[in-house]
Design a protein. Structure first.
Length: 229
């Protein structure tokens, strides 16, 4: 006798946006949660060919947990094929919370839908988990840049996050008398480092500057280049 097997796949969505069974957006919550808190809406799309139910839940973060500060609704979604539902979160840190980064996990789990038959002996139920990061206090990114160089029309540099919060940076090239050129973006967890590598079509001259900015345009780091020649 063949037993019905249930396989649960767990995906980390820091880098994965969608796949065959479910689409969820946005995937990143990096926001300040004191001084009135923050609201975020998440959109869940049923990518299957039949009606599907989802359970929305929270789990504790790995450190400095903020799951108890989160209000959210609905707790369940019932979506027809191709339909998109909305989940609304409100997060506010209590007064006198210590400055720093706090985390929690938002889960979206496919559950058995009554009166819907699933063919075959193998049923795949999807369980997505998204890490939420909230910040308390007027914390600024602390970024260091090492080993910056230009070779074969490629700009590379090591970017190190030495601050207390994760951050996303946009990279620009400034040349004298030319408009600023966007080179790309990079996201760093606190304590992490990454290599930023991109092709460039503009000559880097002596005095050119590589600028790292926050998403709101604030200058975080500026490096003056020696030029390619």
């Amino acid at each position: 006798m063949k037993g019905k097997k249930i396989v649960s796949f767990l995906f980390c969505l820091l880098s994965l946006k969608s796949y065959s069974y479910m689409n969820v957006s946005p995937l990143i919550f990096d926001k300040r949660i004191d001084n009135g808190g923050e609201v975020q809406e998440y959109y869940v799309t049923n990518a299957l060919s039949h009606k599907t139910s989802y359970r929305i839940y929270l789990e504790k973060g790995n450190e400095n947990d903020m799951s108890e500060w989160i209000e959210y609704y609905p707790r369940n979604l019932n979506l027809e094929a191709g339909e998109t539902g909305k989940v609304k979160l409100y997060i506010e840190a209590p007064e006198n919370t210590k400055d720093g980064e706090y985390t929690a996990i938002l889960g979206v789990k496919e559950v058995n839908t009554p009166n819907v038959e699933r063919g075959g002996n193998l049923s795949i139920y999807t369980n997505l988990k998204i890490e939420l990061a909230g910040f308390v206090g007027d914390l600024k990114p602390q970024i260091e840049v090492e080993d910056i160089k230009v070779e074969n029309n490629q700009l590379s540099m090591k970017i190190i996050n030495k601050g207390e919060i994760r951050t996303k940076l946009e990279v620009f090239l400034e040349n004298s008398k030319e408009s600023e050129k966007y080179l790309g973006s990079i996201r760093l967890l606190k304590g992490y480092e990454k290599i930023f590598l991109t092709k460039i079509s503009t000559e880097i001259k002596k005095g050119s500057k590589v600028c790292l900015r926050s998403l709101n345009g604030e200058l975080i780091k500026e490096i003056e280049m020696k030029g390619e020649k």
